[in-house]
Ligand binder design. Structure first.
Ligand code: S3P
Ligand code: PEP
Length: 431
């Protein structure tokens, strides 16, 4: 990793066991689906208590480019559906949910919609969506960059024939979700069939199905690896977004690292968010997790290694890997080859950065083997990845002198991670 010019954030070591209640903003995944579905709906919607962070601002910007109105309301975002009456430009930033969910929607526009994003976004896999849309009758030009990647232009003509399409979604569940979210607005609806290695992050596909059904869309999931979305209207509805459970990970991890307690109000009793798996995973690592009106997670000071298949919950990996590096026994995190196509190659990045602090991490084809060793301070690079930066913060709780490069990258899904972290630790925020 070459030295970057991004500022270094001195990760605070924990002065005492944490004892904090953390109010988390809304889920990125639920907010961005709610925005997409509100833009496709037949009447206005209220997206209540949304996440307001880079990924969701980018989504709002994309949908405004397609003619949706998104206004601040005391309870959240009031969305008037998109008009689709012309083309526009969409900045995807580094948001997988924008780059995979918006092109199937933009195909309904009467005009050219140009997509691009951050440098790291230009290497994230997109081919399955581009090829599926072409098969469904949409014209897309991806000749200005690498084929099957950003940047590209969707040449919308106001309608999409739709029908049946087969894709390989083993690199990302977002390919299936993205096509399904728009499918009800296609003339013949949409049947998407997956053929290939198992799809990761299946709870996110369940989230898509649930949210479509909540809005009156008929979705058939009776056949394995096949989803049928019937053509029809999407109802506008008022909803309140659940807290972002994946963003609970670094805070709950702090309870284990410091032998303290962290409480998260509003933890849903039932949810399709993969972050709910933290209760089980952190318990395996030595925490006590009690879910009542709030989720309370407490640690004893002992952190145990785990052997875990994280295929369904891959976005939890960076923080779990940081905990594993501080554990009393080795860990094997498996089933996460697809993380190489996330914000960065997370397997390579985690191995490099933990080893850079004196750790012993090896990459396997589909995961990481982490053997805890005494760590020392140093620069922890974040690779423009919000969850890498969070992993560095977790290590810094226990290891003096960790400096996280570009902590501001956490604003992808949390507007003020450094402030929340300092407040959890009872410290003044570091500028
Ligand atoms: O649909 C979603 O909201 C997401 C799906 C997952 O993507 P992958 O299937 O690419 O892992 C997840 O990692 C990402 O953070 C959000
Ligand atoms: C993989 C992630 O994000 P994205 O939605 O950009 O794919 C993530 O948040 O961990």
């Amino acid at each position: 990793m070459t030295e970057s010019s991004a500022p270094l954030w001195p990760a605070p070591t924990a002065p005492a066991p944490v004892d904090a209640a953390i109010t988390l903003p809304g889920s990125k995944s639920v907010t961005n689906r709610a925005l997409i579905l509100a833009a496709l709906a037949s009447s206005p919607s209220l997206v209540g208590r949304p996440l307001i962070a880079r990924d969701t601002r980018l989504m709002a910007g994309a949908l405004r480019a397609l003619g949706a109105e998104i206004d601040d309301d005391t309870h959240g975002w009031r969305v008037t559906p998109a008009t689709f009456d012309g083309g526009g430009k969409v900045d995807c930033g580094l948001a997988g949910t924008v780059m995979r969910f918006v092109p199937p929607v933009a195909a309904l526009a009467a005009g050219d919609v140009v997509f691009d994003g951050d440098a790291h976004a230009r290497v994230r896999p997109m081919g399955a969506i581009i090829n599926a849309l072409r098969h469904l009758g949409v014209s897309i030009d991806d000749s200005s960059g690498d084929a099957g990647r950003l940047p590209f232009t969707v040449h919308g003509d106001g309608r999409v024939p739709g029908g049946e399409v087969t894709i390989d979604a083993s690199a990302s569940s977002q390919f299936v979700s993205g096509l399904m979210l728009a499918g009800a607005r296609y003339d013949r609806g949409l049947t998407v069939q997956h053929v290939g290695k198992p799809i990761p992050s299946m709870p996110h596909i369940e989230m898509t199905v649930n949210m479509l059904r909540e809005r009156g869309v008929v979705v058939d999931t009776a056949s394995a690896n096949t989803w049928r979305v019937e053509p029809g209207p999407v109802s506008g509805i008022d909803t309140t977004i659940e807290p972002d459970l994946s963003n609970a990970a670094p805070f709950l991890a702090a309870a284990l690292v410091t032998a303290g307690e962290v409480r998260i109000p509003g933890w849903p009793a039932f949810t399709s968010q993969p972050g709910d798996a933290l209760r089980e995973l952190l318990a395996q690592m030595g925490a006590t997790c009690v879910l009542g009106d709030v989720l309370a997670v407490s640690g004893t000071g002992a952190i145990h290694g785990i052997d875990a298949d994280l295929h369904d919950v891959g976005e939890l990996t960076p923080v779990l890997a940081a905990l594993a590096a501080l554990a009393d026994s080795p860990s094997h995190l498996r089933g996460i080859a697809h993380l190489r196509g996330h914000e960065t190659d997370r397997l390579a990045a985690l191995a490099t950065e933990i080893n850079g602090l004196g750790g012993d991490v090896t990459e396997t084809a589909d995961g990481l083997v982490i053997r805890p060793r005494p760590l020392q301070g140093g620069v922890f690079h974040s690779y423009a990845d919000h969850r890498m930066a969070q992993a560095g913060a977790v290590l810094g709780l226990a290891v003096r002198g960790v400096q996280v490069e570009d902590i501001a990258t956490t604003s992808k899904t949390l507007p003020d991670f450094p402030g929340m972290w300092a407040s959890m630790l009872g410290l003044e925020p570091v500028a």
